[in-house]
Design a binder for this molecule. Structure first.
Ligand SMILES: NC(=O)CC[C@H](N)C(=O)O
Length: 383
């Protein structure tokens, strides 16, 4: 690199990458993961599940469609920072209202460009998602020894309850579907909607939108809501959202609540962290994966139908299917590594998936799961 580098990425094993900084200045310590999606960097960066993670994009053209407020998955940029091959330039997109770098600066997020993301991704695959420090200093002053030490000292995501931090603090109603969008998806607002309570462990907006489109009027409650808080809304079904951090840590308060709801015979649908929490509530266990799954083209097989779906994924923990007790059926597996991707209770409409059926970003193969949840609630309504 000819110019003095203005950003630096230090891994806990001592590897140092220099590049060009963009977005906010400063320093952040986080887990470093890679995402293989070719589009959707804004949805990825605003997905609350990426709290305390820096994302390396394997796709080189990041930033070329700018930033479009309607595409935010939450009100803020949540990923701690990003690592890219090419520096983001001027966007070309009629919907965009800003470029990526200025938006990141506004939201206090650090970016590093000019990185050999192929080499970095190989390193992450070999050593597992490392702890790393990402720094941006326009003067180019980096104390790399201190950065490596900080990365080493960082405790990591295991044992970290982050859902509580990204969750809403007050309950709110969500009724927006794509019908409110210009040129929307030809959907109509349902009459006599189903009453769904969604627990917000870091919920993505497109999940709430997808629930609304499956016929629900959604009340969103904070992560720490008790079963009593949920039941006072008289729900016809409960949704457990995605979210960041270690499911076992969040499970300390989420599991007793979910167990009580299962005992009430309510339809329950969980996604990602919600899937992991449901597994824990049913007596299963979760494990940390070496480098996780982060991308928009992950094949998953529905064990019961044999159907393969291409899914969007973002997780670093997984349900250990060996620990699922009798009465809980493993329904889906990853065709990449055989890890668990879904479960259901044998005798109740309680089910969950590890991947993201809301397809944001990603394929729409799995949106039938929202219909399935809606149907379970309709059946219950019909008695
Ligand atoms: N997207 C999610 O909900 C992620 C769940 C969990 N934090 C994990 O990393 O596995």
């Amino acid at each position: 690199m000819e110019q003095k580098p203005t950003a630096c990425l230090a891994l806990a094993d001592g590897t140092i990458f220099y590049g060009r900084g963009f977005g906010a200045s400063g320093e952040v310590v986080a887990e470093l993961v890679f995402n293989t999606a070719m589009s959707g960097y804004q949805e990825i960066m605003t997905d609350p599940s990426y709290a305390s993670q820096v994302v390396t994009f394997t796709f080189p053209h990041i930033g070329n469609t700018g930033i479009t407020p309607e595409d935010d998955e939450s009100p803020d940029a949540v990923a701690a920072g990003i690592v890219v091959k090419w520096d983001p330039g001027e966007p070309s997109n009629w919907r965009a209202t800003s470029d990526l770098a200025s938006w990141m600066e506004k939201h206090g997020r650090i970016g590093i460009g000019g990185i050999d993301t192929r080499r970095l991704t190989r390193a992450i695959r070999e050593q597992g998602a490392p702890h790393a420090v990402l720094a941006h200093d326009p003067q180019g002053n980096f104390d790399t020894a201190a950065m490596v030490a900080r990365a080493r000292d960082w405790p990591g995501l295991v044992g970290m309850d982050l859902a509580r931090e990204v969750s809403c603090t007050q309950s709110y109603r969500w009724s927006e579907g794509h019908w409110t969008w210009p040129g929307g998806f030809n959907q109509t607002r349902p009459e006599n909607p189903l009453r769904v309570v969604a627990i917000d462990y870091g919920a993505k907006r497109n999940i709430l939108r997808s629930l609304a489109e499956s016929g629900a009027d959604v009340t969103v409650l904070p992560a720490t809501a008790t079963a009593e808080d949920v039941l006072c809304h008289n729900p016809e079904g409960v949704f457990l959202s995605n979210g960041p951090g270690d499911p076992a840590a969040t499970g300390e308060y989420a599991v007793p609540m979910i167990r009580e709801l299962i005992a009430r015979d309510l339809p329950i649908f969980g996604v990602c962290l919600g899937h992991q929490l449901l597994a824990l509530a049913l007596g299963g266990q979760t494990v940390k994966m070496p480098h996780g799954h982060h991308g928009a083209n992950h094949p998953v097989r529905d064990i019961e139908t044999g159907r393969v779906e291409i899914t969007s994924m973002n997780h670093g923990f997984a349900v250990d299917s060996q620990t699922l007790p009798e009465g809980v059926v493993e329904t889906h597996v990853s065709l990449f590594d055989g890890s668990n991707c879904g479960l259901r209770m044998a005798d109740r409409p309680v089910f969950s998936v590890q991947y993201h059926p809301e397809a944001s970003p990603g394929p729409h193969d799995s949106d039938h799961l929202f219909t399935r949840f809606g149907k379970a609630m309709q059946d219950r309504r019909a008695g």
